[in-house]
Design a protein around this ligand. Sequence first.
Ligand code: SF4
Ligand code: SF4
Length: 481
Amino acid sequence: MSNPPEDNSQPIVLLETLAAGPLKVGATPPRPGLMGAFEHYGKRLLKHPLFPWIGRWMTIGFLIALAYSAFFGPRDPRLNFATVMSWVVWWPLLAISYLVIGRVWCAVCPMGALSDIAYRKIGLNLKAPKLFKKRWLVAVMLGIAILYQAWIEEVTRASVSPLITGFILWSFTIGAVVSGLVFERWTWCRHLCPLGAWSGVFAMSSVVEVRADPNVCLANRCKGIHCYFGRDDLPGCPFHQVPKIMETNRYCSTCGNCLKACPNDAISIRLRPPSREFVTQKKEVLENALIAVVAIGVVFFQGLVMTDLWASLRERAASLPLLSNDAILYGVLILVCVGLAVGLFFLASQIYARLTRQSCHAEMCRFGFAFLPLALLAHIGHNLGHLFNGYALVPGALAGLMGQPPQVTTQGAPNFWAWQVLEVGLVLVGLAISAWAIRRICVAANINCPRPLATAPYMILAGLYAAAFIAMFALPMVTRV
Ligand code: SF4
Ligand code: SF4
């Protein structure tokens, strides 16, 4: 009888263990000072068992109040809880949240929450079709979702119509629930929601990120990847992300699932410069980079259609046969805004490629995202103006919801001067961040051209975009409701 084969695995395991370090290694130590305090308390919040459900139940209550008011409240949009809260309060706060904490709205969104409940309780739990993941299709759908959302908002004049606001809310809710009934995890938020598409792009400029320390994963020889699959009753990442290799905020809702499921405390929430993601990205995809430039055109469109200048142009266009139709008129305008933004970016990339003897395609991939902070800050400035000029409507709208008789609003004339200072200030901040990102991306490139000369086309383009925003914001603007 032969002896059992000698077990040689012990020394190998020992060597692997020694190479990997001690078996139980905790998270990277927190940084000192205010940043460390933010990261410490941020992590505690995300790991709390009540997060994000407490927020979700609150927003579900909010959604019910909005729906009730949209269909049964006062018809005057300035007195209606649904229009005031959706367009004057929530929309601007959502814009700020992209910068401050990424895509966190998706974690507490009532529609996403209902989708999640449907998926967990009675859903068929099918995998999302492979078609949803095709790279080109994702980019095309994202572009369409962003354009459609901006276009439909203007064509239907949703912000001044409680009924249309209600229909938009419910169409999103029904879509989310149906998706939850059929597909696994958060397929609606990840692949289908137009608002999620917009949020994901802007979240890339966020000053916050959730990431795992791969050294901790390695040192603990984690094979379960619980952050992705979940552990016991703790669900894994609803967006199908693996935090130790995640490079972008685009598909991270800061929901905290991975922090709770990771048994090795490898995941943290960290502060970062708002453009770091673009400077360090490894996967450079043209469709994704172009989306950032599309965002410049869409934000410009959203501001332009609220100016007095546009109101008079629209009146003149009404006498023309085709453009008297709002759907066509706004469709043409948004395509012109986006086409100009993308066309100028293509031109700047051509000049950069000639100066540096690089491929234009590769440079478009690398530099496109650098314009995202400018788009986001312009978007925030514009929407904050609406918030400052409209917050006085909230008490009246709340009273209307409680069944009090409609009150004449006490809101005075909009303070355009303060609004414009705010918008211009934030555009300049966005310009500074974009310029910083352009410089950093160029410094990381291996080129034989003096860097100030090489960056000039993109710097000039960023200046042009910013000048266009400032000129547009200098025009008198109507309030949103
Ligand atoms: S669960 Fe995920 S984050 Fe945690 S150690 Fe394993 S791979 Fe790393
Ligand atoms: S990586 Fe996934 S699980 Fe972790 S916070 Fe982001 S969305 Fe949630």
